[in-house]
Design a protein around this ligand. Sequence first.
Ligand SMILES: [Zn+2]
Length: 79
Amino acid sequence: MAGINKPECECIFCGRSIADAGFDPCQLVLITNWLEPEEHQLKQQFLCHAECFRRLIRPGLPKVPLAFETLEPRWWEKE
Ligand SMILES: [Zn+2]
């Protein structure tokens, strides 16, 4: 069977390619003017490594655990 062409996944932070493994690739969604009505917002998606995101956010933030820190990578494969 012919392989499916996956889109090129490049990390917005480090520029390296992102393998389909662990929690990767991750999608970051930027929403501008978040407090304004939706019609005044702009949305854009970016791809990154979970580890790059974890490394670059300020220590102690966010105040709630990151979603990918509360589960095992690929948890659905273990059920
Ligand atoms: Zn990266």
